[in-house]
Design a protein around this ligand. Structure first.
Ligand SMILES: Nc1ncnc2c1ncn2[C@@H]1O[C@H](COP(=O)(O)OP(=O)(O)O)[C@@H](O)[C@H]1O
Ligand SMILES: [Mg+2]
Length: 326
């Protein structure tokens, strides 16, 4: 696991919002702001942060469903930031996305067979006569079977529908999948099954994942490395073990303290960090650290200077003035 499959450099995705006639200044929502990270071939990078911090926007920009505002996306050593629709086609096959709400992303009027076959047709994969066989193979890979092929999405449970979502993503033989909170909408009892399926598929097919979640407990198991986002910024990134055992950013510490521990002895000793203060808006963000209004450890410098993401331990980067001595 050495080579990078995906590198994003200084990636920004800003949305221009409509302003009312009473407002003078342009309103720009900084959904993703200057994010730099890389994902190695075959690894799973977990991406965690509260709702609204820009995870989905980052995922959608990486798969080029959104045009980046600035920055670079390099996939398998090729800069895909400015490729046009036609040039993107071969990459679209390789880079797929699984969505949080499989029901909303599946066409209710198509049978499961047709839903999975569609990407094959779009990308002109496999001979037409072989496609049904291929669909069946994929259904079996994700834990479904031939009896499901002629059914419609509404006939399935949430977990099965997510399996269909995974099958559709696999239809065009991808290398890299952005999994956008694929288990958040599912019952707890089903979540582990879907995670297991995703892990088995990764092993069998050599896939690389960007796995998005809103809490750290979900990604611990599946991720090799974990990145933490706060209001459009990547604030910490390291191996899974480092982030769990030696968190550096006060926001990561707070997220970790919120994970329930099943053992009451440990649980009663653990201190839960409750974040106070307002969540600032991502519209026209002001200077300084974005976490300062809620940070229990904020000091003067945090008001004025935005901390940069720097490597403070081996393979462990953090953007926090507690670790900068300039
Ligand atoms: N198409 C859009 N137009 C304007 N603002 C958007 C759009 N999509 C997302 N946003 C805003 O960008 C921010 C990040 O959203 P999102 O990426 O969905 O966060 P997350 O997935 O972490 O919950 C939010 O403030 C959201 O309101
Ligand atoms: Mg989201």
């Amino acid at each position: 696991m050495g080579e990078n499959l995906l590198e994003i450099k200084g990636l920004c995705k800003h949305f221009n919002l409509k302003k009312s006639i009473f407002e003078k200044n342009k309103k720009v929502l900084h959904a993703v702001d200057d994010v730099t990270l890389e994902i190695k071939k075959g690894e799973t990078l977990g991406l965690v942060g509260e709702s609204g911090c820009g995870k989905t926007t980052l995922g959608r920009t990486v798969v080029r469903l959104y045009e980046p505002t600035s920055g670079e996306i390099v996939y398998d050593n090729k800069n895909i930031t400015n490729l046009n629709f036609q040039e993107m086609k071969s990459f679209r096959r390789k880079i797929q996305m699984i969505f949080q709400d499989p029901y909303a992303s599946l066409n209710p009027r198509q049978t499961i067979g047709d839903i999975i076959k569609e990407p094959m047709e779009i990308h002109n994969l496999y001979e037409e006569k072989n496609r049904d066989k291929k669909v069946l193979e994929i259904l079996e890979l994700v834990g479904l079977n031939s009896s499901h092929m002629s059914r419609y999405p509404h006939e399935f449970s949430g977990g099965q529908r997510q399996r269909v979502g995974i099958a559709r993503a696999l239809a065009c033989n991808p290398e890299f999948i952005v999994c956008d909170e694929p288990i958040s909408a599912l019952d707890v009892s089903i979540q582990a099954q879907i995670i297991n399926t995703l892990e088995e598929l990764q092993k069998k097919l050599g896939l690389t994942y960007l796995f998005i979640a809103h809490d750290l407990s979900m990604v611990k198991h599946i991720s090799d490395r974990v990145g933490i986002m706060y209001l459009g910024k990547l604030v910490e990134i390291s191996t899974s073990d480092e982030v769990y055992n030696t968190p550096l950013h006060p926001y990561t510490e707070a997220l970790l303290s919120a994970i329930p521990i099943p053992d009451p002895d440990i649980s009663s000793k653990k201190e839960r960090i409750i974040l106070e203060g307002d969540i600032p808006t991502p519209i026209n963000p002001k200077g300084g650290c974005r976490f300062k209004s809620r940070c229990p450890k904020a000091f003067e410098k945090c008001e004025e200077i935005e901390p940069k993401l720097i490597e403070v331990r081996e393979n462990h980067k953090v953007a926090c003035h507690l670790y900068t001595n300039i």
